[in-house]
Design a protein around this ligand. Structure first.
Ligand SMILES: Nc1ncnc2c1ncn2[C@@H]1O[C@H](COP(=O)(O)OP(=O)(O)OP(=O)(O)O)[C@@H](O)[C@H]1O
Ligand SMILES: [Mg+2]
Length: 252
């Protein structure tokens, strides 16, 4: 069955983009057909996999504006597809503000893809604005990405509140179905305490696989590679392979 998942947290720098890319690549290695949607005007996902010197002519912005069809701007990367973003998207909040059904734009644009992929993974920007609402309207599942550091749970009640409002008003199917803990350092007691705390809060929704702090994960984007292409023997590759298996097996 096709799955649509938004990777989210309004907090910046917690590993949303790294997780979207490497879970996508991991699922692709398991033989799944995967589309990654870059919904962040920072376009980090896009340029982590593609050289920025090759400036893109079009992006998801043009798709959401109705200028082109989504197929026209797809990029493929070693077995999976990317719907790229661009800085143009940064004006979207204002530009779409007066459109009717402005929260449904992405969902409508992705509709032709729903029977072409096994997984559509959306990388959300670090805020709870209109683009994130578009992601929440387009998906059935949300994965919250948390950094195993102090204040990891800070601001989460706001995120949960927004998801609840989306469920009531825009998308009754939406569920928080997974919690990904990243940047885990087992040598730090604090990290373990934070993960315990996250598990107390979310119970079995927390994936068993903890993504360790691993420098190869931070290096791979500058080589425009997934972790499996950049360093297949790294902890990062092992962790994202294990997490992808857990997701495929529908542990939660
Ligand atoms: N497990 C990890 N180990 C080491 N570095 C990591 C790990 N995960 C992510 N990073 C690095 O941390 C930084 C933030 O990660 P990432 O861009 O994935 O976060 P994000 O939540 O998408 O950020 P933003 O909110 O700005 O979109 C990046 O430089 C990334 O390479
Ligand atoms: Mg990001």
């Amino acid at each position: 069955m096709m799955k649509t998942i938004a990777f989210t947290n309004q907090k910046g720098g917690v590993g949303k983009t790294t997780s979207t890319i490497n879970v996508g690549a991991g699922l692709c290695r398991e033989g799944k057909k995967v589309l990654l949607v870059d919904l962040d005007p920072q376009a980090n996902l896009t340029y982590s996999l593609r050289k920025s010197s090759n400036r893109l002519e079009t992006s998801i912005y043009d798709v959401m504006k109705g200028r082109i069809e989504p197929e026209e701007t797809l990029i493929s990367h070693n077995g999976f597809d990317i719907l790229p973003s661009s800085i143009d998207l940064s004006g979207a909040e204002m530009e779409f503000a007066n459109e009717p059904a402005r929260e449904n734009i992405l969902k409508n644009k992705l509709a032709p893809f729903y029977d072409k992929y096994d997984y559509i993974l959306i990388d959300c920007p670090p805020n709870l604005g209109l683009l994130t609402l578009n992601a929440f309207t387009a998906v059935k599942e949300v994965f919250i990405v948390l950094q195993a550091e102090y204040l990891a749970l800070h601001g989460l009640s706001k995120l949960m509140e927004v998801i609840q409002v989306v469920k009531e008003r825009l998308n009754p199917d939406i569920e928080i179905s997974g919690i990904i803990c990243t940047l885990f350092d087992g040598r730090k007691n604090l990290n373990k305490e934070v993960v315990d705390h996250i598990q107390d809060y979310f119970g079995e929704k927390v994936f068993d696989t903890l993504i360790r702090d691993n420098v190869a994960l931070a290096e791979a984007p500058s080589h425009h590679k997934t972790i499996f292409e950049y360093d297949p023997n790294s902890h990062g590759a092992k962790d994202y392979a294990a997490l992808s298996r857990e997701i495929r097996n529908g542990q939660v």
